[in-house]
Design a protein around this ligand. Structure first.
Ligand SMILES: Nc1ncnc2c1ncn2[C@@H]1O[C@H](COP(=O)(O)OP(=O)(O)OP(=O)(O)O)[C@@H](O)[C@H]1O
Ligand SMILES: [Mg+2]
Length: 267
């Protein structure tokens, strides 16, 4: 709760604001995630370079082999080696690129979201999906790294599109909503913020499978056959570097990923 004094026609009064227990649960969840993330970061840093070098060697050798052999069937094998090496290479690149130092400047969150919307609409995967927006025009500029925020939000929108498109029971009128709001009195990690911006990415797909809900922010957790399970950990890492939090509420037909970032300087 918070107590604020205020004066009413000379009388000094106090305003008591009560808010739900959800906050403290969220903090614990965040703490857990950050310590898991620190461990992962160390692991990734070490692994990435160790993987990339031998991978180059494997790919090169497979290419040489391919140029020496004639049987098309054996070429199928060398192609598998080359394609899989490329896939791993890309995966490692994504892991490393998510660790770049962020560059902060005054950023308009709606410009970020409009870029994300344009990119999503240019993607053939969005052909049967309507992307709606519901922006709060009163949101001021926030200190942020625009390019990284675009990446973070785009990962969420891509997941929403994939979920709608891959649904076992086809989704009629697939819809994604990008919504922004100012919220008061947000607790992010251990910090209290009087004002924060909340971005919701909502979709009407089948939802996150309940057994996955507690692990989707961990690396390499994917419900898709061709998923790498890196989208959400990368998004989480970028949002954390903005001192923000991300959470997910999901049920069939309604999934909302919410990003909350502080608007003003922490108190
Ligand atoms: N909007 C959503 N609706 C339903 N399930 C979702 C949604 N967003 C994420 N998920 C589930 O969470 C999993 C993890 O998502 P994440 O973005 O981390 O990895 P991915 O999409 O599988 O692979 P990548 O993003 O690396 O290509 C997804 O595979 C999916 O099962
Ligand atoms: Mg993803």
């Amino acid at each position: 709760y918070t107590i604020n004094p205020f004066e009413d026609e000379g009388d000094l009064s106090a305003l008591l604001e009560l808010s739900s227990l959800e906050h403290s649960q969220r903090i614990n969840q965040e703490e857990l995630l950050s310590s898991a993330r620190a461990t992962t970061r160390e692991l990734v840093r070490g692994l990435a370079h160790e993987i990339k070098n031998p991978l180059g060697g494997i790919r090169g050798a497979a290419q040489l082999l391919a140029s020496e052999i004639e049987s098309p069937m054996l070429h199928d094998y060398t192609n598998v080696i080359i394609e899989e090496a490329d896939r791993l290479h890309k995966l490692v690149d994504r892991l490393i690129s998510a660790r770049h130092q962020l560059e902060f400047s005054e950023t308009n969150i709606h410009e970020v979201l409009e870029r994300v919307r344009n990119l999503a609409e240019a993607d053939p995967a969005s052909a049967k999906i309507t992307i709606q927006t519901d922006y709060d025009p009163s949101i001021p500029m926030i200190p942020a790294d625009g390019e990284h925020l675009i990446q973070a939000m785009l990962n969420l929108v891509r997941n929403a599109m994939q979920s709608i498109n891959n649904a076992r029971e086809p989704v009629e009128n697939g819809e994604i909503l990008l919504r922004t709001r100012v919220i008061r009195n947000a607790t992010i990690g251990e910090q209290f913020h009087r004002l924060a911006v909340k971005v919701d990415i909502a979709d009407n797909g089948p939802g996150v499978p309940p057994h996955m809900l507690s692990t989707i922010f961990y690396p390499m957790i994917s419900g898709r056959a061709d998923g790498t399970g890196l989208g959400l950990p990368i998004t989480h890492s970028i949002i954390s570097q903005h001192k923000g939090l991300i959470e997910c509420k999901s049920k069939a037909g309604k999934t909302i990923f919410s990003v909350v970032m502080p608007l003003a300087v922490a108190e």
